[in-house]
Design a protein around this ligand. Sequence first.
Ligand code: LMR
Length: 397
Amino acid sequence: MFESIERVPGDAILGLIQQFKDDPNPNKVDLGVGVYRDEHGNTPILRAVKDAEKKLIDTEQTKAYIGSHGDPQYGEYILQTVLGADSKVLAANRASATQSPGGTGALRLAADFLVSQLPGKAIWLPNPTWPNHLGVFEAARLEIKRYPYVDDNDQFDFDAMLKKLKSIPKGDIVLLHACCHNPTGFDPSQDQWHQILEVVQDRELLPLVDFAYQGFGDGLDEDAYGVRLLADHLDEMVITQSCSKNFGIYRERTGCFIAIAKDEEDMQDVRSQLATTARENYSNPPAHGSAIVATIMGSAELTAAWHRELDEMRDRINDVRQKLVEGLKPHGLADKFAFITDQRGMFSYTGLTEDQVNKLRDEYSIYMVASGRANVAGLNDDNIEYVCKAIADVVGS
Ligand code: LMR
Protein backbone atom coordinates (compact mmCIF):
# COMPACT_ATOMS: atom_id res chain seq x y z
CA MET A 1 0.00 0.00 0.00
CA PHE A 2 2.74 2.43 0.91
CA GLU A 3 4.52 2.11 -2.48
CA SER A 4 2.39 4.89 -3.91
CA ILE A 5 3.29 7.37 -1.18
CA GLU A 6 5.54 10.16 -2.40
CA ARG A 7 8.43 11.53 -0.40
CA VAL A 8 8.12 15.26 0.24
CA PRO A 9 10.78 17.77 1.26
CA GLY A 10 10.70 18.56 4.98
CA ASP A 11 9.79 21.93 6.46
CA ALA A 12 12.24 24.54 5.16
CA ILE A 13 12.73 26.34 8.49
CA LEU A 14 13.12 23.21 10.62
CA GLY A 15 15.36 21.70 7.90
CA LEU A 16 17.88 24.48 8.51
CA ILE A 17 18.45 23.17 12.04
CA GLN A 18 19.80 19.88 10.68
CA GLN A 19 21.75 21.46 7.82
CA PHE A 20 23.46 23.74 10.31
CA LYS A 21 24.26 20.85 12.68
CA ASP A 22 25.79 18.84 9.83
CA ASP A 23 28.02 21.70 8.62
CA PRO A 24 31.62 21.12 9.86
CA ASN A 25 32.73 24.75 9.23
CA PRO A 26 33.89 26.16 12.61
CA ASN A 27 32.83 29.65 11.48
CA LYS A 28 29.24 28.65 10.72
CA VAL A 29 26.50 31.07 11.81
CA ASP A 30 22.88 30.11 12.47
CA LEU A 31 20.43 32.88 11.54
CA GLY A 32 17.70 30.37 10.71
CA VAL A 33 15.01 29.04 13.02
CA GLY A 34 13.34 31.52 15.35
CA VAL A 35 14.83 30.67 18.71
CA TYR A 36 16.57 33.26 20.86
CA ARG A 37 20.34 33.00 21.24
CA ASP A 38 22.53 34.66 23.82
CA GLU A 39 25.90 36.27 23.10
CA HIS A 40 27.51 32.82 23.06
CA GLY A 41 25.05 31.44 20.53
CA ASN A 42 23.23 29.33 23.12
CA THR A 43 19.53 29.08 23.96
CA PRO A 44 19.77 28.63 27.71
CA ILE A 45 16.89 27.84 30.05
CA LEU A 46 15.82 31.04 31.81
CA ARG A 47 16.76 31.15 35.49
CA ALA A 48 13.14 31.89 36.43
CA VAL A 49 12.09 28.76 34.52
CA LYS A 50 14.73 26.62 36.27
CA ASP A 51 13.62 27.93 39.67
CA ALA A 52 9.98 27.25 38.84
CA GLU A 53 10.87 23.71 37.78
CA LYS A 54 12.72 23.14 41.06
CA LYS A 55 9.65 24.30 42.95
CA LEU A 56 7.42 22.04 40.87
CA ILE A 57 9.46 18.95 41.68
CA ASP A 58 8.52 19.40 45.32
CA THR A 59 4.97 20.67 44.94
CA GLU A 60 3.46 18.92 41.92
CA GLN A 61 0.89 16.45 43.23
CA THR A 62 -0.35 14.57 40.19
CA LYS A 63 0.16 13.82 36.53
CA ALA A 64 -3.55 13.21 35.91
CA TYR A 65 -5.22 14.94 32.93
CA ILE A 66 -5.69 18.70 33.15
CA GLY A 67 -8.80 18.90 30.96
CA SER A 68 -9.33 20.09 27.40
CA HIS A 69 -9.05 23.78 28.28
CA GLY A 70 -5.87 23.13 30.25
CA ASP A 71 -4.94 24.69 33.57
CA PRO A 72 -7.48 27.42 34.46
CA GLN A 73 -4.88 29.33 36.48
CA TYR A 74 -2.54 29.41 33.49
CA GLY A 75 -5.42 30.58 31.29
CA GLU A 76 -6.19 33.38 33.73
CA TYR A 77 -2.56 34.58 33.78
CA ILE A 78 -2.33 34.49 30.00
CA LEU A 79 -5.57 36.45 29.59
CA GLN A 80 -4.21 39.14 31.90
CA THR A 81 -0.83 39.24 30.17
CA VAL A 82 -2.35 39.49 26.72
CA LEU A 83 -5.37 41.72 27.38
CA GLY A 84 -4.07 43.66 30.40
CA ALA A 85 -5.16 43.20 34.02
CA ASP A 86 -7.63 46.11 33.71
CA SER A 87 -9.22 44.86 30.48
CA LYS A 88 -12.94 45.63 30.04
CA VAL A 89 -13.28 42.31 28.24
CA LEU A 90 -12.01 40.43 31.29
CA ALA A 91 -14.22 42.41 33.66
CA ALA A 92 -17.24 41.45 31.54
CA ASN A 93 -16.15 37.79 31.43
CA ARG A 94 -16.19 37.80 27.63
CA ALA A 95 -12.87 36.02 27.03
CA SER A 96 -12.16 32.31 27.05
CA ALA A 97 -8.68 30.78 27.27
CA THR A 98 -7.89 27.30 25.99
CA GLN A 99 -4.36 26.12 26.69
CA SER A 100 -2.81 24.69 23.54
CA PRO A 101 0.27 22.72 22.48
CA GLY A 102 2.31 25.82 21.57
CA GLY A 103 1.28 28.68 19.32
CA THR A 104 1.02 26.26 16.41
CA GLY A 105 -1.50 24.18 18.37
CA ALA A 106 -3.46 27.36 19.05
CA LEU A 107 -3.49 28.14 15.33
CA ARG A 108 -4.76 24.67 14.51
CA LEU A 109 -7.48 25.00 17.17
CA ALA A 110 -8.42 28.35 15.64
CA ALA A 111 -8.53 26.89 12.14
CA ASP A 112 -10.61 23.85 13.09
CA PHE A 113 -12.96 26.01 15.13
CA LEU A 114 -13.40 28.53 12.30
CA VAL A 115 -13.96 25.87 9.63
CA SER A 116 -16.53 24.00 11.69
CA GLN A 117 -18.35 26.93 13.30
CA LEU A 118 -18.07 29.70 10.70
CA PRO A 119 -18.05 27.75 7.44
CA GLY A 120 -17.57 29.59 4.14
CA LYS A 121 -15.32 32.32 5.51
CA ALA A 122 -11.89 32.85 3.98
CA ILE A 123 -8.86 33.83 6.02
CA TRP A 124 -6.67 36.67 4.72
CA LEU A 125 -2.97 36.34 5.47
CA PRO A 126 -0.25 38.95 5.02
CA ASN A 127 2.14 38.32 2.17
CA PRO A 128 4.67 37.34 3.39
CA THR A 129 3.71 35.54 6.56
CA TRP A 130 5.11 32.67 8.63
CA PRO A 131 5.09 29.81 6.08
CA ASN A 132 3.47 27.42 8.55
CA HIS A 133 0.36 29.62 8.67
CA LEU A 134 -0.28 28.30 5.18
CA GLY A 135 0.51 24.74 6.24
CA VAL A 136 -1.78 24.78 9.27
CA PHE A 137 -4.70 26.50 7.57
CA GLU A 138 -4.47 24.38 4.41
CA ALA A 139 -4.42 21.23 6.55
CA ALA A 140 -7.61 22.42 8.24
CA ARG A 141 -9.18 23.21 4.83
CA LEU A 142 -9.59 26.88 5.55
CA GLU A 143 -9.81 28.97 2.39
CA ILE A 144 -6.70 31.18 2.21
CA LYS A 145 -6.42 34.62 0.60
CA ARG A 146 -3.59 37.15 0.83
CA TYR A 147 -3.09 40.85 1.43
CA PRO A 148 0.21 42.61 0.66
CA TYR A 149 2.56 43.50 3.51
CA VAL A 150 5.76 44.65 1.78
CA ASP A 151 6.55 46.46 -1.46
CA ASP A 152 8.88 45.38 -4.26
CA ASN A 153 11.86 46.49 -2.18
CA ASP A 154 10.80 44.35 0.78
CA GLN A 155 9.83 47.42 2.84
CA PHE A 156 6.62 47.62 4.91
CA ASP A 157 3.82 48.85 2.65
CA PHE A 158 1.04 49.88 5.00
CA ASP A 159 -0.91 51.71 2.31
CA ALA A 160 -1.10 48.63 0.12
CA MET A 161 -2.08 46.52 3.13
CA LEU A 162 -4.86 48.88 4.16
CA LYS A 163 -6.15 49.28 0.62
CA LYS A 164 -6.51 45.52 0.27
CA LEU A 165 -8.11 45.12 3.70
CA LYS A 166 -10.74 47.66 2.64
CA SER A 167 -11.73 45.38 -0.24
CA ILE A 168 -12.10 42.17 1.78
CA PRO A 169 -15.61 40.68 1.64
CA LYS A 170 -17.60 41.58 4.73
CA GLY A 171 -17.37 39.00 7.47
CA ASP A 172 -14.15 37.30 6.38
CA ILE A 173 -11.29 36.56 8.78
CA VAL A 174 -8.07 38.59 8.77
CA LEU A 175 -4.85 37.34 10.33
CA LEU A 176 -2.73 40.06 11.93
CA HIS A 177 0.63 39.63 13.62
CA ALA A 178 0.41 41.39 17.00
CA CYS A 179 4.11 42.33 17.04
CA CYS A 180 7.51 41.25 15.73
CA HIS A 181 6.03 40.29 12.37
CA ASN A 182 7.39 36.95 11.20
CA PRO A 183 9.23 37.01 8.77
CA THR A 184 9.68 40.74 8.15
CA GLY A 185 10.12 42.37 11.57
CA PHE A 186 7.96 45.31 10.40
CA ASP A 187 5.08 46.22 12.74
CA PRO A 188 2.29 48.78 12.34
CA SER A 189 2.67 51.95 14.43
CA GLN A 190 0.03 52.79 17.04
CA ASP A 191 -1.62 55.18 14.60
CA GLN A 192 -1.67 52.47 11.94
CA TRP A 193 -3.34 50.06 14.39
CA HIS A 194 -6.15 52.61 14.74
CA GLN A 195 -6.54 52.63 10.97
CA ILE A 196 -6.61 48.82 10.92
CA LEU A 197 -9.31 48.86 13.61
CA GLU A 198 -11.44 51.21 11.50
CA VAL A 199 -11.26 48.91 8.50
CA VAL A 200 -11.97 45.83 10.61
CA GLN A 201 -15.07 47.56 11.99
CA ASP A 202 -16.18 48.85 8.62
CA ARG A 203 -15.78 45.45 6.87
CA GLU A 204 -17.10 43.56 9.93
CA LEU A 205 -14.02 41.34 9.81
CA LEU A 206 -13.08 38.77 12.43
CA PRO A 207 -9.44 39.35 13.43
CA LEU A 208 -7.26 36.39 14.26
CA VAL A 209 -4.30 37.98 15.99
CA ASP A 210 -1.20 35.82 16.20
CA PHE A 211 0.78 36.82 19.31
CA ALA A 212 3.90 34.65 19.43
CA TYR A 213 6.49 37.23 20.48
CA GLN A 214 5.01 39.31 23.31
CA GLY A 215 7.88 41.09 25.06
CA PHE A 216 10.39 40.69 22.23
CA GLY A 217 9.54 43.97 20.48
CA ASP A 218 9.26 46.93 22.87
CA GLY A 219 7.90 45.36 26.08
CA LEU A 220 5.04 43.17 27.33
CA ASP A 221 2.48 45.99 27.43
CA GLU A 222 3.87 47.92 24.45
CA ASP A 223 3.71 44.85 22.22
CA ALA A 224 0.08 44.28 23.20
CA TYR A 225 -1.04 47.71 21.95
CA GLY A 226 -2.76 46.46 18.79
CA VAL A 227 -4.35 43.41 20.42
CA ARG A 228 -5.74 45.44 23.30
CA LEU A 229 -7.00 48.19 20.99
CA LEU A 230 -8.96 45.65 18.93
CA ALA A 231 -10.20 43.83 22.05
CA ASP A 232 -11.42 47.11 23.58
CA HIS A 233 -13.43 48.08 20.51
CA LEU A 234 -14.68 44.86 18.95
CA ASP A 235 -17.37 42.44 20.04
CA GLU A 236 -15.56 39.42 18.70
CA MET A 237 -12.01 38.37 17.91
CA VAL A 238 -9.66 35.44 18.38
CA ILE A 239 -6.03 35.37 19.50
CA THR A 240 -3.35 32.71 19.30
CA GLN A 241 -0.65 33.07 21.93
CA SER A 242 2.66 31.38 22.60
CA CYS A 243 5.01 31.14 25.59
CA SER A 244 7.74 29.53 23.47
CA LYS A 245 9.80 32.66 22.99
CA ASN A 246 9.06 34.92 25.94
CA PHE A 247 9.57 32.11 28.48
CA GLY A 248 12.09 30.28 26.27
CA ILE A 249 10.16 27.00 26.71
CA TYR A 250 9.96 26.11 23.02
CA ARG A 251 9.87 22.35 23.37
CA GLU A 252 7.35 22.36 26.23
CA ARG A 253 4.66 23.36 23.70
CA THR A 254 2.87 26.00 25.73
CA GLY A 255 0.37 28.31 24.09
CA CYS A 256 -3.18 29.49 24.33
CA PHE A 257 -6.19 30.08 22.11
CA ILE A 258 -8.27 33.05 23.25
CA ALA A 259 -11.78 33.71 21.99
CA ILE A 260 -13.54 36.98 22.78
CA ALA A 261 -17.31 37.03 22.37
CA LYS A 262 -19.84 39.84 22.67
CA ASP A 263 -21.15 38.58 26.03
CA GLU A 264 -20.53 35.83 28.54
CA GLU A 265 -23.33 33.68 27.15
CA ASP A 266 -21.78 33.59 23.65
CA MET A 267 -18.35 33.06 25.16
CA GLN A 268 -19.55 29.94 26.97
CA ASP A 269 -21.08 28.60 23.75
CA VAL A 270 -17.80 29.13 21.89
CA ARG A 271 -15.87 27.65 24.79
CA SER A 272 -17.94 24.48 24.73
CA GLN A 273 -17.08 24.01 21.05
CA LEU A 274 -13.39 24.58 21.71
CA ALA A 275 -13.31 21.81 24.32
CA THR A 276 -14.63 19.46 21.64
CA THR A 277 -12.10 20.68 19.05
CA ALA A 278 -9.24 20.15 21.51
CA ARG A 279 -10.57 16.74 22.56
CA GLU A 280 -10.76 15.57 18.96
CA ASN A 281 -7.22 16.78 18.18
CA TYR A 282 -5.14 15.81 21.20
CA SER A 283 -7.61 15.53 24.11
CA ASN A 284 -5.62 17.48 26.72
CA PRO A 285 -2.65 19.81 26.32
CA PRO A 286 0.72 18.95 27.90
CA ALA A 287 0.97 20.28 31.46
CA HIS A 288 4.61 20.96 32.25
CA GLY A 289 5.01 24.26 30.37
CA SER A 290 1.82 25.76 31.72
CA ALA A 291 2.83 24.68 35.24
CA ILE A 292 6.13 26.53 34.80
CA VAL A 293 4.37 29.68 33.57
CA ALA A 294 1.73 29.56 36.32
CA THR A 295 4.44 29.01 38.97
CA ILE A 296 6.38 32.04 37.72
CA MET A 297 3.33 34.24 37.46
CA GLY A 298 2.09 33.14 40.87
CA SER A 299 5.28 34.41 42.51
CA ALA A 300 6.15 38.11 42.60
CA GLU A 301 9.82 37.21 42.91
CA LEU A 302 9.87 34.83 39.95
CA THR A 303 7.80 37.23 37.86
CA ALA A 304 10.31 40.02 38.52
CA ALA A 305 13.17 37.66 37.60
CA TRP A 306 11.37 36.64 34.40
CA HIS A 307 10.76 40.29 33.46
CA ARG A 308 14.46 41.02 33.90
CA GLU A 309 15.46 38.12 31.68
CA LEU A 310 12.90 39.06 29.06
CA ASP A 311 14.26 42.62 29.09
CA GLU A 312 17.78 41.24 28.66
CA MET A 313 16.75 39.17 25.64
CA ARG A 314 14.92 42.11 24.02
CA ASP A 315 17.75 44.56 24.71
CA ARG A 316 20.28 42.19 23.22
CA ILE A 317 18.24 41.77 20.05
CA ASN A 318 17.83 45.52 19.61
CA ASP A 319 21.52 46.06 20.37
CA VAL A 320 22.59 43.51 17.80
CA ARG A 321 20.41 45.23 15.19
CA GLN A 322 22.39 48.44 15.77
CA LYS A 323 25.66 46.55 15.61
CA LEU A 324 24.71 44.91 12.34
CA VAL A 325 24.05 48.26 10.68
CA GLU A 326 27.25 49.67 12.22
CA GLY A 327 29.19 46.66 10.96
CA LEU A 328 27.92 47.24 7.44
CA LYS A 329 29.17 50.85 7.47
CA PRO A 330 32.77 50.10 6.41
CA HIS A 331 31.31 48.27 3.41
CA GLY A 332 29.26 51.30 2.40
CA LEU A 333 26.03 49.44 3.18
CA ALA A 334 24.79 51.20 6.34
CA ASP A 335 22.20 53.29 4.46
CA LYS A 336 20.99 50.39 2.36
CA PHE A 337 20.33 48.32 5.49
CA ALA A 338 19.34 51.15 7.87
CA PHE A 339 15.78 49.75 8.03
CA ILE A 340 17.07 46.86 10.18
CA THR A 341 16.98 49.07 13.29
CA ASP A 342 13.30 49.92 12.62
CA GLN A 343 12.32 46.28 12.61
CA ARG A 344 11.34 44.53 15.83
CA GLY A 345 11.73 41.05 17.25
CA MET A 346 14.15 38.37 16.21
CA PHE A 347 13.46 38.50 12.51
CA SER A 348 14.77 40.79 9.87
CA TYR A 349 13.63 40.69 6.30
CA THR A 350 17.01 41.60 4.85
CA GLY A 351 16.01 42.03 1.23
CA LEU A 352 18.65 39.44 0.26
CA THR A 353 17.55 37.29 -2.67
CA GLU A 354 17.35 33.52 -2.61
CA ASP A 355 20.56 33.35 -4.67
CA GLN A 356 22.34 35.57 -2.18
CA VAL A 357 21.03 33.47 0.74
CA ASN A 358 22.30 30.32 -1.00
CA LYS A 359 25.69 31.91 -1.56
CA LEU A 360 25.89 32.88 2.13
CA ARG A 361 25.18 29.27 3.04
CA ASP A 362 27.43 27.60 0.45
CA GLU A 363 30.43 29.90 0.69
CA TYR A 364 30.26 31.17 4.27
CA SER A 365 28.16 28.60 6.17
CA ILE A 366 25.76 31.38 7.19
CA TYR A 367 22.25 29.96 7.39
CA MET A 368 19.03 31.93 6.95
CA VAL A 369 15.60 31.29 5.45
CA ALA A 370 15.43 31.41 1.62
CA SER A 371 13.05 34.38 1.77
CA GLY A 372 15.95 36.48 3.11
CA ARG A 373 14.72 36.28 6.71
CA ALA A 374 17.53 36.38 9.23
CA ASN A 375 17.18 35.63 12.93
CA VAL A 376 19.35 38.47 14.18
CA ALA A 377 19.57 36.86 17.63
CA GLY A 378 22.13 34.51 16.04
CA LEU A 379 24.57 37.42 15.73
CA ASN A 380 27.18 38.16 18.40
CA ASP A 381 30.48 39.97 18.83
CA ASP A 382 32.39 36.94 17.57
CA ASN A 383 30.57 36.54 14.26
CA ILE A 384 29.11 39.93 13.32
CA GLU A 385 32.15 41.13 11.39
CA TYR A 386 32.31 37.86 9.48
CA VAL A 387 28.59 38.13 8.62
CA CYS A 388 28.90 41.77 7.52
CA LYS A 389 31.82 40.92 5.23
CA ALA A 390 29.91 38.00 3.76
CA ILE A 391 26.80 40.15 3.16
CA ALA A 392 28.96 42.77 1.47
CA ASP A 393 30.40 40.06 -0.76
CA VAL A 394 27.04 38.59 -1.81
CA VAL A 395 25.43 41.97 -2.51
CA GLY A 396 28.55 42.95 -4.45
CA SER A 397 29.46 46.12 -2.57
C1 LMR B 1 10.26 30.36 13.11
O1 LMR B 1 9.52 30.97 12.33
O2 LMR B 1 11.46 30.15 12.88
C2 LMR B 1 9.71 29.87 14.41
O3 LMR B 1 8.39 30.27 14.57
C3 LMR B 1 9.89 28.41 14.57
C4 LMR B 1 9.03 27.61 13.66
O4 LMR B 1 8.34 26.73 14.18
O5 LMR B 1 9.04 27.83 12.44
